[in-house]
Design a protein around this ligand. Structure first.
Ligand code: NDP
Length: 284
């Protein structure tokens, strides 16, 4: 019997705890955690994501602002703005919405963010610490959300075969590293993987982060596996994952839906990181 993991419910519970943390910090120090999202250009999906982040922050009593910049901005000017935000004592979290327009190096821009304020967890120092098994100041939000969803099921991760499909810096790699930290045996698949179905079949835990609707079918899944579907694909009017939900639920033990699985957790983790950034900076 499959259990559908309710990402919305988990996000609601965690947001309640974050709101309490925000209120405690305000009462103790007078500080309101403040998030600045930098949005370059007018990519419609990015505009929606950024609006949801701002709304989420406001709901938990945080302050937030979106800096909208034209796609014609030069990399140096963007980095200058980030440096100003780094030195602004009233700003605790900085997030540069990706992707950036062509001609701007995402790596250089993300590296310009102060690691303490890097609430997306993508700064090389934070990613490097994750790789070394040290505790980063902030973890990448979606990856952290995936782990929280798995932990919420109560299943033991230690010693399990985990298969992560996708190797992006934003999702696949950090998910794999976090699973490794939890002592899972991790295999990472990508577009050049031979026999994807055969590798996925070994997984007690499967994390799909590809961007290919319905790539993973029920017949590729081991009976009882826990599946977290990060994929967010628009097919006509519908939002679907990388996993074919109907066939997968016949074999899985646990599965996240799309929408309502990973999506609400990503923003929740961003808000948790923003609170953490404000706590870190207020204790200095
Ligand atoms: P990327 O495009 O950066 O990475 C996709 C990965 O999938 C790559 O590593 C690629 O391999 C791999 N891949 C592509 N085709 C195949 C294939 N046929 N078989 C196996 N692997 C394949 O995407 P992201 O990591 O940024 O995002 C992945 C998905 O997650 C997207 O649908 C995105 O919208 C969604 N997403 C959802 C979030 C949420 O909050 N719900 C947050 C972030 C992302 P290679 O490296 O070889 O090219």
């Amino acid at each position: 019997m499959v259990t559908v993991i309710d990402g919305k419910a988990l996000a609601r519970k965690m947001r309640g705890e974050i709101a309490e943390g925000v209120a405690r910090l305000k009462a103790k120090t007078g500080i309101t955690p403040r998030l600045v999202v930098v949005l370059v250009g007018d990519d419609p999906a990015s505009i929606v994501y950024v609006r949801n982040k701002e709304k989420g922050a406001a709901e938990l009593g945080m302050s937030s602002e979106t800096r909208r910049l034209p796609s014609s901005i030069k990399q140096d000017s963007l980095i200058e703005i980030i440096k100003e935000l780094n030195s602004d004592g009233l700003v605790h979290g900085i997030l540069v919405q990706l992707p950036l327009p062509k001609g701007i190096s995402e790596n250089e821009v993300v590296a310009a963010i102060s690691p303490e304020k890097d609430v997306d967890g993508l700064h090389p120092l934070n990613m490097g610490k994750l790789l070394r098994g040290e505790e980063p100041l902030h973890l990448p939000c979606t990856a952290q959300g995936v782990i929280e969803l798995l932990l919420s099921t109560g299943i033991e991760l230690k010693g399990k075969e985990a298969v992560v499909v996708g190797r992006s810096n934003i999702v696949g790699k950090p998910v794999a590293l976090l699973l490794l930290q939890k002592h899972a045996t991790v295999t990472i698949c990508h577009s050049r993987t031979r026999d994807l179905g055969g590798v996925i079949k070994r997984g007690d835990i499967i994390v799909a982060a590809v961007g290919s609707p319905g790539l993973i079918h029920g017949d590729m899944i081991k009976q009882g596996a826990a599946i977290v579907d990060v994929g967010t694909n628009r097919v006509g009017e519908k939002l679907v994952g990388d996993v074919d939900f109907e066939s997968a639920r016949e074999r899985a033990g646990f599965i996240t839906p799309v929408p309502g699985g990973v999506g609400p957790m990503t923003i929740t983790m961003l808000l948790q990181n923003t609170l953490r950034a404000a706590e870190l900076l207020s204790s200095k």
